[in-house]
Design a protein around this ligand. Structure first.
Ligand SMILES: [Zn+2]
Length: 366
């Protein structure tokens, strides 16, 4: 299947992108009106409430036999997948020239989507939920209110494939390159031996198709996460239970700290992934998965060269690397800088370099 990429690209801004949500800080109040405004094509159901009693919805579309479960923002501060989902809804509503592809998806698949599984974490921009639980490490104990909601959906719906949508930090590059890992994938393991089960092969096969597509748009900016087995992780457990789970990690694109470029590649990943699931009878293209380079973590956000640090009491001039972090103050997202250990700087890549020519560097600190 050859997609007319030029047409997709020109459609994206005009027809697909949900323009009312942008940036990093996406809360439940941003998406509730969008959910309520979805056309009757979509079946909307409240499936529970978060720890702080925020409503959690699932949105269903499609009449096919192949079931796909998608959720985003189980880590509250990882919103790119949520933005991409609303772009995907627009594609399904009005594909503008891609009706054949859309219909093929909806005739072959039934898709159940939970945008923002962790609305409490989203509200205060934390990874964890309000019980201080990392929902992506709670698949065995199911202590988190939201983990139970997701598990119930998994059991009731019994999907063949799942998409678990996350964001990764700006530190990741594609191994062997100086490119950021704009999108990274993982087909999670089901045991410490990382056994290549039929299910994992199927997962890898779909990822290979998504990667093929992305390489045309962002060559050498796609990475692969380590498949080390995490016994309590959601993906590893869902895969073990027989639901092929594709992890998508949205990452950095040059100059795109708001993740507005990355959201498009996240949307394309979902589109191509769902299309491949709809269109394929067998999923045997798994070997290519191993040709995707690993993620490496060589980036810092900025290296200030020849700088003095304001709180150093001597006059040392050196290179200073910083990484941005974020927190909520008075309901606003504040970005601040953290300094990377200076011994590591020489081996680092930087998204930006600034020559301070011996001047003092003043940083926004927490
Ligand atoms: Zn995450």
């Amino acid at each position: 299947m050859n997609w007319n990429i030029e047409k997709l690209e020109s459609n994206y801004d005009q027809y697909y992108k949900e323009k009312s949500i942008s940036g990093l800080y996406i809360r439940q109040s941003d998406i509730l009106p969008l959910i309520k405004n979805l056309s009757p094509k979509f079946e909307i159901e409240k499936i529970g409430e978060s720890f702080e009693k925020r409503e959690i919805y699932k949105i269903k579309i499609g009449t096919g036999k192949k079931k796909i479960l998608i959720w985003s923002q189980m880590h509250g501060n990882e919103s790119t997948g949520t933005k991409a989902l609303f772009d995907f809804f627009h594609f399904l509503e009005n594909p503008n020239g891609f009706e054949k592809e859309r219909d093929l998806i909806l005739e072959n698949c039934e898709i159940s989507i939970i945008p923002m599984l962790n609305p409490d974490g989203a509200e205060v921009y934390t990874r964890v939920n309000r019980q201080n639980i990392d929902l992506n490490r709670d698949a065995v104990n199911l202590k988190g209110v939201e983990s139970k909601i997701l598990r119930k959906e998994l059991e009731d719906f019994n999907p063949k494939f799942c998409f678990n949508l996350h964001d990764q930090r700006t530190i990741f590059n594609v191994e062997g390159t100086e490119n950021p890992a704009t999108i990274s994938f993982l087909a999670p393991s089901i045991n410490e031996e990382r056994t290549l089960t039929d299910g994992r092969k199927e997962t890898m096969s779909v990822i290979s198709k998504m990667n093929q597509f992305l390489q045309k748009l962002i060559p050498n900016q796609v990475g692969r996460y380590t498949d080390e087995f995490y016994p309590t992780a959601t993906g590893d457990n869902f895969q073990k239970l027989g639901h092929n789970t594709i992890l998508i990690e949205a990452g950095h694109f040059p100059e795109d700290y708001e993740r507005e470029k990355t959201r498009k590649y996240n949307f394309y990943s979902l589109l191509i992934g769902c299309f491949d699931i709809a269109n394929s009878k067998i999923f045997n293209n798994y070997e290519e998965y191993f040709s995707i380079p690993n993620n490496d973590d060589r980036f810092v956000d900025i290296i200030y060269e020849n700088a003095k640090l304001e709180d150093d009491n001597c006059d040392i001039i050196k290179n200073i690397g910083i990484i941005f972090k974020y927190e909520i103050k008075n309901s606003e997202l504040i970005k601040y800088s953290t300094i990377v250990k200076s011994s590591e700087i020489s081996s680092k890549l930087a998204h930006k370099r600034v020559n301070m020519e011996g001047k003092i560097l003043f940083l926004t600190k927490k």
